[in-house]
Design a protein around this ligand. Structure first.
Ligand SMILES: Cc1cc2nc3c(=O)[nH]c(=O)nc-3n(C[C@H](O)[C@H](O)[C@H](O)COP(=O)(O)O)c2cc1C
Length: 187
């Protein structure tokens, strides 16, 4: 089980609370804590460095560690708050690090992109201040990534309207926790 933790507000994060609900009691969870890791985005030099290793088929460099970990996970949980219609940039940077040809995906002889990840599903958990309706773009992006990486199923739970004045935040979270529990029961 790989837990990609993009809950950047740490212990304040309601999204992290939902993730913990899901992960509780599950053995051998490997956590990637993006708030702690502070990964760098790829720029000209770093992307060229990685590309020449890929071209040479040399995959023992640490630059590939996150991609290997992602490809080998049986199950993946991504926890990320809804920021600016999608998710924090730190998660996009992480996905740049895991998106590596010949580790998480490759091209077939007839030029088709084919996934190489073994996870049977990816579970995307989020919370938002308003509503994700009509602009669930982080989730949709993760669906695209999962397709590219060969992960057959993406599951989703959200707690909405958490920043709406006067809302019963606990009731909203309780409803989302039920959805999370249902996802967990169907693992
Ligand atoms: C930088 C930032 C951007 C946000 N963008 C949105 C947004 O586009 N739509 C929305 O409904 N809420 C937005 N929110 C509110 C968060 O989605 C909401 O507070 C969420 O519950 C935060 O999750 P957390 O408690 O796990 O940190 C934003 C919050 C922050 C800090």
């Amino acid at each position: 089980m790989l837990f990609v933790n993009a809950c950047l507000r740490n212990e304040e994060s309601r999204t992290l609370g939902l993730c913990r609900e899901y992960l509780e009691g599950i053995d051998s969870v490997q956590e990637v804590n993006l708030g702690q890791m502070r990964l760098e985005p790829f720029y000209a030099e770093s992307v060229a460095y990685r590309a020449q290793l890929e071209a040479a088929g040399v995959f023992d460099d640490p630059v590939f560690d996150l991609a290997k970990q992602f490809a080998e996970a049986d199950e993946i949980v991504v926890g990320a708050p809804y920021w600016d219609l999608s998710f924090p940039a730190a998660l996009k940077v992480y996905l740049e690090h895991v998106s590596v040809c010949d580790i998480t995906f490759h091209y077939t002889d007839d030029a088709r992109c084919e996934g190489l990840c073994r996870a049977r599903h990816l579970t995307y958990l989020t919370t938002c201040g308003g509503s994700v309706a009509g602009a669930n773009l982080g989730y949709e992006y993760l669906c695209g990534i999962a397709r590219m990486f060969g992960i057959p199923e993406v599951r989703f739970a959200v707690a909405e309207n958490l920043d709406v004045r006067g809302i019963d935040v606990e009731a909203q979270l309780a409803e989302a926790r039920e959805k999370v529990a249902a996802l967990k029961a169907a693992r």
